[in-house]
Write a protein that binds this ligand. Sequence first.
Ligand SMILES: Cc1ncc(C[n+]2csc(CCOP(=O)(O)OP(=O)(O)O)c2C)c(N)n1
Ligand SMILES: [Mg+2]
Length: 1032
Amino acid sequence: MLHLRTCAAKLRPLTASQTVKTCSQNRPAAVRTLQQSRCYSAPVAAEPFLSGTSSNYVEEMYCAWLENPKSVHKSWDIFFRNTNAGAPPGTAYQSPLPLSRASLAAVAQAQPNVDKLVEDHLAVQSLIRAYQIRGHHVAQLDPLGILDADLDSSVPADIISSTDKLDLAVFKERLRMLTVGGFYGLDESDLDKVFHLPTTTFIGGQESALPLREIIRRLEMAYCQHIGVEFMFINDLEQCQWIRQKFETPGVMQFTNEEKRTLLARLVRSTRFEEFLQRKWSSEKRFGLEGCEVLIPALKTIIDKSSENGVDYVIMGMPHRGRLNVLANVIRKELEQIFCQFDSKLEAADEGSGDVKYHLGMYHRRINRVTDRNITLSLVANPSHLEAADPVVMGKTKAEQFYCGDTEGKKVMSILLHGDAAFAGQGIVYETFHLSDLPSYTTHGTVHVVVNNQIGFTTDPRMARSSPYPTDVARVVNAPIFHVNSDDPEAVMYVCKVAAEWRSTFHKDVVVDLVCYRRNGHNEMDEPMFTQPLMYKQIRKQKPVLQKYAELLVAQGVVNQPEYEEEISKYDKICEEAFARSKDEKILHIKHWLDSPWPGFFTLDGQPRSMSCPSTGLTEDVLTHIGNVASSVPVENFTIHGGLSRILKTRGELVKNRTVDWALAEYMAFGSLLKEGIHIRLSGQDVERGTFSHRHHVLHDQNVDKRTCIPMNHLWPNQAPYTVCNSSLSEYGVLGFELGFAMASPNALVLWEAQFGDFHNTAQCIIDQFICPGQAKWVRQNGIVLLLPHGMEGMGPEHSSARPERFLQMCNDDPDVLPDLQQANFDISQLYDCNWVVVNCSTPGNFFHVLRRQILLPFRKPLIIFTPKSLLRHPEARTSFDEMLPGTHFQRVIPESGPAAQAPAGVKRLLFCTGKVYYDLTRERAARGMAEQVAITRIEQLSPFPFDLLLKEVQKYPNAELAWCQEEHKNQGYYDYVKPRLRTTIDRAKPVWYAGRDPAAAPATGNKKTHLTELQRLLDTAFDLDAFKNFS
Ligand SMILES: Cc1ncc(C[n+]2csc(CCOP(=O)(O)OP(=O)(O)O)c2C)c(N)n1
Ligand SMILES: [Mg+2]
């Protein structure tokens, strides 16, 4: 594009031929070709008239001059000639010769005309720009005409309002206002003057100049009818031009009769579907779409257009409103499967809780009738929590793109639907938008569709947001926003087409804001007149959009009344027949509503292929090879930081000594799974280096900017790829994203690491609504791993606790029932039955095994790992290769192995613990010389609870009293989970004592001394053999 304004101060003069070349090269293909322009080098101070707002006009003149030097004023002709001849800055302009008194008088008369010409052109340009920026505020977006969509019924002072008000008096008044401040010097006589159009508008079509009256009319047509386009905040000229062209070009919104009939048929389906449900189940909640029936044709248009542009997989996320309609008419779920769910006698076939019908997901592959291409549609199951599914959909989309090598998002895309109140109110929307352009998280553009019914349950938009539109959040990522009046179905189809084209052209997010209304209450049982009486009086008067559009098409002769009626009865019949069939459905199979099938992973009837897990050990060669790569730089001429060299050297020594620390154990687990074709993706804040600077999975060349090396990707010739990515500073968004990524395939290890475990609670919704109950609600498994740094190390209340108590409280194993310990493969069956696995490893080796087990299991469960901080460098927290060789396994319990285990009868106390406190306990025990009297058993897998192994431990020490020791406060940590289960294990034969911190409100003290005192006190209790005497 022509950058006269911005380039004025920096570019050198060009030769005429250069000039023409430059101008035409930079001009987008579709831009009008009349003018050519050039850039000037004059410093602003030397040629002040080139700066600021005048430059647009000068640019136009220059282009005209290039074509015909006589077309501009003599003074400009001289200026352009001089500049083109290479006149240095400030010298191209020649002031007129001093004038005689007589000629001065003549000039005094002539001069104002030139000045006025310049000013008028500037004014017109400003006016055009004002429409482009603020026209949407005037557009007729609200079908009800109440809230004006932007919550403001006033007209911006720098545009003219609407064509019907364009009579002279109003115009004059507007101009009077516009001239305040001396900006627009136009008056009514200018209305019929012809003005050159700048290259930043397309309203001219083939014309390069238009009368002002026509300019305004066309701007009104483009920006102030039923479509409001918000785009001028986009910082990319090409993108702005693209949008201008799509909306300004005269006659651009044309539909064939065929397209109109398709649109009508889709509206018939959408409308009659809701009417059918209303007739059959008038008092059942379904969150109907009435008032926004246009959503169905809108989505179908986006899908058609995207399919035409090469997309063959669309992943969708949406809230309650209209979900059944989308399932029926967009995804094409069998109607009887939807209808049968209204039957209260329908039995559930699957284990688990199931979910209400308007939360279930769906996956369907079919032919797109418009494009005749295969298309797969998936609607992701979601909880009630509005917008929570957004990042999940993005993550799943990213994964599907990744697995099919779609690096640019040309084949797989996502569509997210939103309600107006939720889109504005929920912070996760913002977090998700911020993932949209990050290299490891981008899905190359999402089409967002907002069902903007101008209400959220009973709350008015004026009380629900502080921004003009519910969509303003999208502005932060430069996504264009197309507001459209949903009572104009053709306008809706047009913006949907443009949105799909935008996504396939620029691979960036875009928003379609369907400004509509909600014909009924929030759900079918609600009375809206309680709270929105006037709005609902207006809604009662509102003719349904189908009726309006049908009347229009009949009037246009596109369809006739009988054809329309036949379309309706055809669809009603389809519904009736499906309804009859639905009565045969006696059982609901939630697995028929799976959003992400894993073909080949389970048997045909959805069962795991075995109930066992092979050894998770590795051969010495593999361990050594991975260790060597982990301690080297596998590319040439790559300079790493001196401190890192030392770290790698230490790693190398560990490998030579056949031992691993935490970082190496993780390396071994990842590296070996990559060899086996398992993709690994580790994401979270600062994970590449590791918050505690222990990981270093990405090496940075100290001499070459942005040159990095990921040794993990240099392990094996045909290994699976390893993705490690520092995330944005979001927990909710990123954890949701990774959960979605993990949904797509069982053959990937997807891990999310919290910076400190404490911060996971900002992602609590993903944990509570998806990870914990996901399988129970939606029969879909997920093997996501959460790495949650945890440990009381005197770092204060917010860097200590990953809140184990919360995860444990949500485990579904029964504390009071001892399972059948004789069952074959008890440990694996237990895992199969649980909702998630919670571990706290005390050795790197066990961490290695549990990561590998996660993939070697024949099913998938979320895995929560409380990971250490100080143990990362603790000299005792090391594991020998011997414990990682073939035949070795993850140890759910690590029994005492010291002197106490050799003479168990003499042991007075059996201490159970988990994680890092073990090292404090052994140190204290050694200091007190109590190795024979106190046995310490580590519970590494907290849930599902290792009843079988712990029973053996208790039986081994018949004379010992039992105590649970933890460093967390009593009302936190593991105590409440472990105690009843230990008691069940021993049939409540003995008490289980507690050695740990007292109950507290905060997870940890902020005072270092208090921290140490508390620690010593709990150690004292743990080793005071009389501590519990008085309680017996
Ligand atoms: C996170 C969250 N908070 C509150 C609710 C309760 N709730 C359900 S629907 C609704 C109103 C939603 O309004 P809007 O987003 O405009 O969608 P609409 O129902 O109007 O289509 C609310 C507050 C919820 N489901 N999720
Ligand atoms: Mg709403």
